[in-house]
Design a protein. Structure first.
Length: 70
């Protein structure tokens, strides 16, 4: 089972810090841009996401140096 202590508002901030577009993140993770955009809309709540897809996004951002803090 996957558990992520990530909020929707952290995702676009992470992309901004890394200068990665929504399109690029979607391409890297094989997750649709629309799905990522919907997760980002969850603001200060955990994204309503399928764990394996969110795992790919979170791991990709962490692989680039992002550290998600609770």
């Amino acid at each position: 089972m996957y558990f992520f202590d990530v909020t929707g508002s952290q995702l676009p901030k992470a992309r901004e810090l890394l200068d990665i577009s929504l399109h690029e993140l979607g391409r890297q993770t094989r997750v649709s841009r629309l799905r990522i955009r919907l997760w980002e809309a969850f603001a200060d709540a955990p994204p309503n996401a399928l764990a394996p897809k969110l795992a790919r996004v979170v791991r990709s951002l962490e692989g680039e140096g992002i550290e998600f803090l609770s």
